[in-house]
Design a protein around this ligand. Structure first.
Ligand SMILES: [Zn+2]
Ligand SMILES: [Zn+2]
Length: 273
């Protein structure tokens, strides 16, 4: 099984990373995509430890919409975002994707115009570097789809991560050629609309993730999440879709391989296929 989205370099894992990795392996999770915040140097330092502890981890790097307002200090303003993220991708051996990036109008930590501009610059970078995108979108369906359509031009692939929309938004993501990834939210009792969306995504566009350390699935809700618990997400997807754990594990692994594992970057920043 694969955890297609986790934050293993988060400080919450610093003290017991080896045990977390051992539990993942013990549960049958044999790879993960670790998301890095391009603006967080401490996390970048811990990512070296993640790569050492778990060589099957790949990385994605980007400026999260929550950080979009900080680009002035980080990157010399919005105009510097693309080169800032490009340097972060090149600095991280094994970075295969740009993300997580997108729009979050629920928290609105950065002004919406800034979020949109920072998002667009990174879509354009992904197109140039031929990297897939990891999309974070919350209460911003129309602007997310508009930006992907106009800036991506149909060339950019990726995944709507931690999908929390309904079947209509899932169809829009699929129409763009994107994959859809479900987290522990599918196990929550009130997540009926999300389960309906999980039922209609074709198997070859389906991914599973933990988004750990956040969003622990039932029955671990409220506790620190970790990649081993992608098993509970896969089981919930199996139940919704009338499939077996093995079938969903295989499908989500194939989707992951198609989207991410085919691309990796060596230490000099050259793409290795
Ligand atoms: Zn997210
Ligand atoms: Zn995340």
């Amino acid at each position: 099984m694969i955890d297609s989205h986790c934050h293993l370099a988060d400080e919450q894992f610093a003290a017991d990373l080896d045990a977390v990795v051992a539990r993942a392996r013990g549960a049958g999770v044999d790879g993960a995509l670790c998301i890095l915040d391009a603006s967080n140097e401490e996390e970048a330092g811990r990512a070296d430890g993640v790569a050492q502890a778990w060589p099957d981890v790949a990385f994605a790097v980007g400026v999260h919409p929550h950080q979009a307002g900080a680009t002035g200090d980080l990157a010399g303003g919005v105009d510097g975002v693309a080169s800032f993220v490009r340097r972060a991708v090149e600095a991280r051996a094994g970075a295969c994707a740009i993300g997580e990036i997108g729009l979050d109008y629920h928290y609105d930590y950065a002004p919406r115009e800034t979020q949109v501009e920072v998002f667009r610059r990174q879509i354009a970078l992904a197109r140039e570097l031929e990297r897939p995108l990891v999309i974070h979108t919350r209460e911003a369906d129309d602007d997310t789809v508009d930006a992907l359509r106009s800036e991506g031009g149909g060339d950019v692939q990726g995944v709507f991560h931690c999908f929390a929309g309904d079947a209509a938004l899932a169809r829009r993501a699929l129409d763009l050629g994107f994959h859809v990834s479900f987290s522990g939210i599918v196990t929550f009792r009130n997540a009926t609309a999300i389960r309906e969306a999980a039922a209609i995504v074709p198997a070859d566009r389906l991914l599973a993730e933990t988004d750990s350390p956040y969003l622990s699935p039932v029955p671990y809700r409220g506790r620190r999440n970790e990649p081993a618990r992608v098993v509970q997400v896969i089981d919930a997807l199996a139940e919704v879709r009338g499939a077996t754990r093995g079938e969903i594990a295989d499908a989500t692994r194939r989707s992951y391989d198609v989207l991410f594992a085919a691309r990796s970057v060596d230490a000099r920043g050259a793409t290795v296929v």
